[in-house]
Design a protein around this ligand. Sequence first.
Ligand SMILES: NC(=O)c1ccc[n+]([C@@H]2O[C@H](COP(=O)([O-])OP(=O)(O)OC[C@H]3O[C@@H](n4cnc5c(N)ncnc54)[C@H](OP(=O)(O)O)[C@@H]3O)[C@@H](O)[C@H]2O)c1
Length: 232
Amino acid sequence: MTNRVALLTGATGGVGRVVAETFAAHGYRLALAARHADAVEALADSLAVPTLALTADVTLPEAAAEVVQATKADFGRLDVVVHLVGGYAGGKALPEIEIETWERMLRLNLTSAFLIARAALPLMHEHDFGRLLFVSSLHGHAPGKHVAAYAAAKGGLETLVRAIAADTRGTGITANAVAPGIIDTPANRRAMPNADTSAWVAPERLAAVLLFLASEAAADINGAILPLRGRG
Ligand SMILES: NC(=O)c1ccc[n+]([C@@H]2O[C@H](COP(=O)([O-])OP(=O)(O)OC[C@H]3O[C@@H](n4cnc5c(N)ncnc54)[C@H](OP(=O)(O)O)[C@@H]3O)[C@@H](O)[C@H]2O)c1
């Protein structure tokens, strides 16, 4: 058990909910952020730890900064960020990808991560402890077919993680990412009703990896991108 404070962005998503429950079960006080207030508040109310429900679009610089500042204002500190915000677009060969899709992928998966890290790092330096955790994808390192915009954005995220790790070397702050294959979320089950879900990544196991990376025991891991392939 811990009494550390974690900010989870994208907390109401298929992965975020399980991460929130896992961190709450280990004593974390939680700031939970997403754009839809009702969902964030319902999730916050369901957890048996002190929570703060935040409504924000973290692709916007001021909103990302406000989420981080609100966490510090409420709990007095910020120890861990799990940045779960991200989104997928695929199914088109590169000449068919609209500029809007390209820019949306970059904003959601890459710019949001930069903005949250930029806001959180100064607070973490105040007490020389911090864990910045991100969610890439197997496509970020080894793109499949027809996912160029998503893959480029997640590849950029992975480079950002390694760059933060270089910046924080020699401090108590680390930055790491997990890079999962298909995760067993309700949305994926709806989208692929005939798939063999036993090959997918269980969100509980993904959350357990993030929980470890957030811990003191993971102090020597900085700049890692951990592939979670599931059993496929
Ligand atoms: N699902 C998979 O199979 C899979 C595989 C590999 C990697 N990943 C990555 O894992 C992460 C989580 O995936 P997921 O399946 O849980 O996604 P999800 O179900 O779509 O959830 C996304 C979460 O982010 C929030 N969100 C979206 N845009 C936002 C914004 N601009 N500002 C603030 N919050 C925002 C959503 O809530 P609101 O709509 O209320 O804002 C929701 O809480 C993502 O980075 C994704 O790319 C997922």
